[in-house]
Ligand binder design. Structure first.
Ligand SMILES: *[C@@H]1O[C@H](CO)[C@@H](O)[C@H](O)[C@H]1NC(C)=O
Ligand SMILES: *[C@@H]1O[C@H](CO)[C@@H](O)[C@H](O)[C@H]1NC(C)=O
Ligand SMILES: [Zn+2]
Length: 575
């Protein structure tokens, strides 16, 4: 039987040092016996060598730290470049767009334009990382908490408009940029009082306070006016609810009040086109009472509403002109707002057109930056994914098919929202029998959604639950295209980050918290100090103002829960 002994006993050697003895001691469990007869000189030499090693190591560390500190100022490889001179920053948000929205849109685009299988979207070439999106009180964020992460760089609760979890206001990057001398802008396709744009220019404790958001946006808030150019929808919260297209409960007309802040107000496609090459800032362009129609519908009424791409081009030109003689450039937030709404409706046909419209707007930004002489950067991300979209769907218990059908989406000429709106207005104007209604719906679905084989069960469902019809109609398309959805709300999947300049946005390569995107914006603009000042000033104004009216009361859990269920209802497009 082989003995364990040889493994534990070190063979005597001429260099039998103490380390070896100690190692043996660890293995054998025996205390090492020191030899007092060992050379004293050898001991001293060892101590000296050890001390020298210690000093040399410390010196190397100190030198390395000093060197790194110095080079980080001069070599951009370390942290990415923060330009020192005049610069422009374009921050783009694709609200509710997750990675699957891109697979869906690529497949659709390749199908309808007969493009090769490796054809990608413009933005695919600009991918640099992705972002984790949870909020302070939920693994699934809403747009308000998502945009607060971008504007303030803080996680907050769902429903928070640039306030922290303790309900106190946090300075936004746009307010700080304005203070630092930048010219600022907001371009959206939803209501300008909706959560994403609201977070850049207002502070309220729940996103439902859209009347107050409009008030702060035009300059009646604690900090005055912080945005110079506004293009989008949402006249509703600027006009009293006693006038057409108005919904303000306090009867105030902010469009008239806007004069007090020198706003140049435009509200129609004609006004927009007439802006021409000379745009007078501040500009307030509100082209719809609430949302600008989905792109799939808007393209049929192009003479009524500008597209996101057109608004983007106008905004960039106006901001460039306004800053041509100033030391500071501009900061603009441009949002593809309604990708999210198509997701809430689970409407894949509406979604692919929204994503393509966003992609065109991004290409317009890239072209602008390439041609412009001023240093500039575009950074883009989403606040969250909406719908839990899947580009495959199992329809029966058999082994699933590996496919989905983009051709079904291609045959739809309108959104489910628009189609349902036509159905609602039909119901309100005519009393027909179920048989007549069935015929009407068969034609309606064929004309707008391009579906010729609607089933009696689907017709029955539309007749029995008209209020659910935007969802029922989307489902008719989703099923046939084998598109899957897991929710009418948001999901927790990571979302992509894009940039026009990989190098300058090096800090955002890889996987990040959404708050790091917010930190990047203030870092690039070099307004970190201004953010602190603005936060301080907001808190001071909160203390001295009686009643804290501009921030609103602390919302209860029930109120916050109600916000989400209201925003998710199938009638959300019908307010
Ligand atoms: C306008 O809002 C007020 C306050 O909420 C409400 O009492 C009134 O009924 C509304 N008017 C209309 C026309 O909706
Ligand atoms: C799209 O519509 C065309 C013309 O009606 C039809 O021939 C085709 O089958 C439809 N495609 C799908 C995928 O439903
Ligand atoms: Zn959102």
């Amino acid at each position: 039987m082989p003995s364990q002994e040889p493994m534990l006993t070190r063979r005597p050697s001429s260099h039998n040092d103490e380390r070896a003895t100690e190692e043996d001691a660890l293995l054998t469990g025996q205390r090492p016996s020191r030899q007092p007869s060992a050379s004293r000189w050898a001991r001293y030499r060892e101590i000296a060598l050890f001390a020298w090693g210690l000093i040399a190591t410390a010196a190397v560390i100190v030198l390395a730290v000093v060197y790194q500190h110095q080079t980080s100022k001069t070599t951009p490889e370390k942290h990415g470049d923060r330009p020192t001179g005049k610069r422009n920053l374009v921050f783009m948000v694709s609200d509710g767009m997750g990675p699957t929205s891109l697979a869906l849109t690529r497949g659709f685009n390749q199908h309808v334009n007969a493009l090769p299988w490796d054809h990608t979207l413009g933005l695919d070439k600009l991918l640099i990382g992705n972002s984790r999106t949870r909020s302070s009180n939920s693994l699934v964020t809403d747009s308000a908490a998502g945009a607060t992460a971008f504007s303030c760089g803080h996680k907050s609760y769902n429903g928070a408009i640039s306030v922290t979890p303790d309900h106190s206001p946090c300075g936004s990057v746009m307010e700080a940029a304005k203070r630092a001398g930048y010219t600022t802008g907001l371009v959206v396709t939803t209501r300008i009082t909706d959560a994403t744009p609201a977070c850049f220019v207002s502070h309220v404790r729940t996103r439902m306070m859209e009347d107050e958001i409009a008030e702060q946006l035009i300059g009646n808030g604690p900090l005055g006016r912080n945005v110079d150019l506004v293009l989008g929808g949402g006249r509703c919260h600027f006009l009293p609810n006693t006038t057409a297209g108005g919904c303000r409960a306090d009867g105030r007309d902010l469009i008239q009040k806007a004069d007090e802040h020198d706003w140049n107000y435009v509200s129609s496609r004609e006004d927009f086109d007439n802006l021409g090459t000379s745009v007078k800032l501040p500009l307030l362009g509100l082209f719809a009472p609430t949302d600008i129609p989905f792109e799939i519908d808007r393209r049929h009424v192009d003479s009524e509403y500008p597209s996101l791409e057109e608004m983007t081009k106008t905004a960039l030109r106006a901001l460039k002109d306004a800053t041509k003689d100033s030391d500071q450039g501009f900061f603009v937030m441009i949002e593809g707002s309604r990708i999210d709404h198509a997701g809430h409706n689970n409407d894949p046909a509406a979604q692919v057109h929204e994503v393509l419209a966003y992609d065109r707007a991004m290409q317009a930004v890239i072209e602008f930056l390439e041609e412009d002489d001023t240093e500039g950067l575009m950074v883009a991300t989403s606040d969250h994914e909406t719908g839990g979209l899947a580009t495959a769907r199992q329809l029966n218990v058999n082994y699933p098919e590996y496919l989905w059908y983009p051709g079904v989406l291609a045959n739809a000429t309108h959104s489910a929202e628009h189609t349902a709106r036509l159905y609602f207005s039909h119901l309100s104007t005519s009393k027909s029998s179920d048989a007549d209604l069935g015929k009407y719906l068969t034609k309606l679905i064929d004309d707008n959604l391009g579906i010729k084989n609607i089933t009696p069960e689907e017709i029955d469902h539309l007749i029995a639950h008209p209020v659910l019809s935007p969802w029922t109609m989307s489902e008719i398309i989703s099923k046939r295209s084998q598109t899957g959805w897991s929710t009418h709300g948001h999901s927790a999947v990571d979302v992509n980050i894009y940039s026009s300049n990989r190098h300058a946005s090096k800090k955002l390569h890889g996987n990040h918290e959404n708050t790091e995107v917010g930190e990047f914006l203030r870092w690039y603009l070099d307004v970190e100090d201004e953010v602190k000042e603005v936060t301080k000033e907001l808190k001071e104004k909160l203390d001295i103002s009686s009643g804290e009216s501009w921030l609103g009361a602390i919302p209860s859990q029930e109120e916050l829960a109600k916000v989400e269920s209201h925003l998710m209802s199938p009638q959300r497009g019908f307010d």
